[in-house]
Design a protein around this ligand. Structure first.
Ligand SMILES: O=P(O)(O)OC[C@H]1O[C@](O)(COP(=O)(O)O)[C@@H](O)[C@@H]1O
Ligand SMILES: [Mg+2]
Ligand SMILES: [Mg+2]
Length: 321
């Protein structure tokens, strides 16, 4: 196993060497994401001093108000990912339609991303993040984005929290790297992350309880309370999933009477997080099947999401199925 403190670039190269047929494309792709997110992190750290807090004065394709930092993060990622040549196509929460960069026409991958997750927390200095999901280019069309989560080549997130961390998987376990700001490097801090089989925390927006469309969900949460669980809900998926990955328990954003498909987006929120959670020994579900088995129909499609430790997800399914 790689040593604590191993630099991300070296870690990625050493992983690549395990596959003699690897061409270096995925390594360059992952390093490019890391570089772009370092730039985003540097803006996030200064956000109160420069004019990037507040609303951008636009509404995105989801009908949500765009924040200045959503827009800036999106631009930074598009610049870096378009320039590296490894991505045939880019789909973003903040783009109505995917883009196909000129330099990526021979690229092997498509990437879907949430440039800035947790928008409502930007202005109040609470953890936010970036989420990404990489698939192979298959046909060279928009269809390439609409592949099931189990076909992901890599997925991960960067959390801009009390420290900046990059956590990713290529289907071979989950590793976390902390940004050392003094040298500008991501260093291995959380090797081979595994969720505990059972946690002590549930994370769900209980303010929506009256709207939930599944009676069993209330019973489930009450059972957890009776078992002594405590509640933590940040309202940034990246932060709530990061805690779940480290401490176990359950994170959920269910469907409700108004939002039949929930709130979170399959391609660039639910699916990459489900890949990480399952790679770390946990489970994911939309209430019926693993999130990784859902065949996407649309780039911005939403899905109910539950992610967490084996015990809690199995218990949830007993209550809601
Ligand atoms: O405020 P709510 O309804 O609980 O929603 C919180 C969820 O919305 C999100 O902020 C949506 O993500 P964006 O900020 O990228 O739109 C998730 O990070 C979070 O899990
Ligand atoms: Mg988001
Ligand atoms: Mg976002």
């Amino acid at each position: 196993m790689a040593e604590i403190g191993t630099e991300l670039t070296r870690f990625i190269l050493e992983e690549e060497r395990k596959y003699p047929s690897a061409t270096g494309s995925l390594s360059l792709a992952l390093n490019t994401i890391a570089s772009a997110c370092k730039v985003i992190a540097s803006h996030v750290r200064m956000a109160g001093l420069v004019d990037i807090l507040g609303k951008a004065g636009k509404v995105n394709v989801q009908g949500e108000e765009v924040q200045k930092l959503d827009e800036l993060s999106n631009e930074i990622l598009i610049d870096y990912l378009s320039d590296c040549g490894e991505f045939f196509g880019l789909a973003s929460e903040e783009l109505n339609e995917p883009i196909f960069p000129e330099k990526g026409k021979n690229g092997k991958y498509v990437i879907s991303f949430d440039p800035l997750d947790g928008s409502s927390n930007i202005d109040v200095n609470v953890s936010i993040g970036t989420i990404f999901s990489i698939h192979k280019k298959v046909n060279g069309t928009q269809e390439d984005f609409l592949q099931e989560g189990y076909k992901q080549i890599a997925a991960g997130y960067v959390i801009y929290g009390s420290s900046t961390m990059l956590v990713y998987t290529t289907g071979n376990g989950v590793n976390g790297f902390t940004l050392d700001p003094s040298v500008g490097m991501f260093l291995l801090s959380h090797p081979n992350i595994k969720l505990p089989e059972k946690g002590k925390i549930y994370s769900i927006n209980e303010a929506n309880e009256k709207k939930w469309d599944k009676e069993g969900l209330k019973d489930f949460i009450n059972t957890l309370k009776d078992e002594g669980y405590t509640s933590r809900y940040i309202g940034s998926m990246v932060a709530d999933v990061h805690r779940t990955l480290i401490k176990g328990g359950i994170f959920g954003y269910p469907s409700d009477k108004k939002n039949k498909n929930g709130k979170l987006r399959l391609l660039y929120e639910a699916s990459p997080m489900a890949f990480l959670i399952e790679q770390a020994g946990g489970l994911s579900t939309n209430g019926k099947e693993s999130i990784l088995n859902i065949k996407p129909q649309d780039i911005h499609q939403r899905t109910p999401v539950f992610l967490g430790s084996q015990k809690e997800i199995k218990q949830l399914l007993e209550h809601i199925c």
